[in-house]
Design a protein around this ligand. Sequence first.
Ligand code: PXP
Length: 398
Amino acid sequence: MSTDLTIHRLADGYPLNKTKLKTLANRLLAECGVQDHSLSLLITGDEEITRLNAQYRDKNQPTNVLSFPFSDGADPSLALLPVHELGDIIISVETAQREAIEYKQTLHERMSWLIVHGLLHLLGYDHERSENDEKEMLDKENALLQKLNRYRRTAMTKLAINVDHVATIRQARGISEPDPVSAAAICELAGASGIVIHLREDRRHIQDRDVFLLRQTIKTKLNLEMGANKEIVKIALNVKPDLITLVPEKRQELTTEGGLDVLSQKKKIAKVIEKMTAASIPVSIFADPDPDQLTAAYDVGATFVELHTGKYCDVIGENNRQHEFQLLQEAAEAAAQMGLRVCAGHGLNYQNTVPIAAIDTIEELSIGHAIIARAVFVGLDQAVREMLALIRQADSTM
Ligand code: PXP
């Protein structure tokens, strides 16, 4: 059973994100070894925290955090329930913001500290009891904050752009324009952190010439997406991209239709990874958010997994989308815990990318179609910058 965390309300006007706060609180509970408990978190402003501070502590002034352990005055028979109430943490984000400025911290750092502080109070730590207790609580706070830092790999989510679709337009005419090599240069100048191309067996869009030229011209990172096929493996070993992403490939499909089934072909995939590793090429596996596939990806020696966001993007209905989102979020956390580096992509567009970019274990998004489609109307440079602005917006929330 897991811990049930309720975030009752978030104060308006602050860059707060329920998903991120939940992830942070769940990580803390896991680090503290707390299981099968429920906890409630209320993020409010000075007015409400002053009222609560006056009511419960006789202090008619705002404070940063209040903790109310459920055991204070609770019916002892409730302790026999399978899920125990830990209690409530109430934080004033207004005070947190002022303190962040005063202590030269980001709001994220300050809020993290306040949540840690509030949680430790609920777990019985009390810095007001004695000097020893104060030191014990401070040490525990520092240890937990350090552990939290371990989870996040990069400060900003990166954007890698798939330029296959530029090649698709070129191939429709069988001439030399538009050139994915030029497109890649524009994407990089607009702020992309990498270029992705899929060299398919049927060469329907990207051609061998593109792969070799892009290897010479790309200044950021070339990610070669490919099936685990002998001919393409040979080309990859020759070209030496900065990364390869193994995907399933069917001739009849319009685009990659699902994650790679590593479980059923562990030996074959492990062999490809062995060859790439010997050539110092890291391998990513395009995977559905399925814990067994992620474990298999780890077992065969992948460095990265790219979580397949297609279902999340295509599903109809808000509840279904929430469900798919939850699967992705849990998969990202599980993969990061295993030590895999995590990316995500497929089907992401200007409407659905922000929640995915807000998952802080995901270090890079791979987006193609939506950006190239928008580029038709606003130009490639602007289309890339608009997507980067959305990603930054997601990054700047807590
Ligand atoms: N990641 C993988 C593994 C893909 O196969 C694709 C599509 O080529 C993408 C990301 C990008 O998907 P989209 O073009 O829908 O953004």
